[in-house]
Design a protein. Structure first.
Length: 51
């Protein structure tokens, strides 16, 4: 199972790439595309996804 990290701040491509390069094995990351907070709930894990 891959653990997901939701990064809710908007980042440019260079910053995203740097963060992705440091991500440990077994993790995925998703970045917010806009500052629109309505986007965030879909990015955040639900309680049923926790182990």
């Amino acid at each position: 199972m891959t653990d997901k990290v939701a990064f809710l701040d908007v980042m440019d491509t260079k910053e995203r790439d740097e963060i992705r390069s440091k991500l440990p094995r077994g993790f995925s990351i998703e970045f917010a595309e806009t500052t629109d907070r309505r986007e965030h709930p879909a990015m955040v894990a639900t309680p049923s996804s926790f182990r």
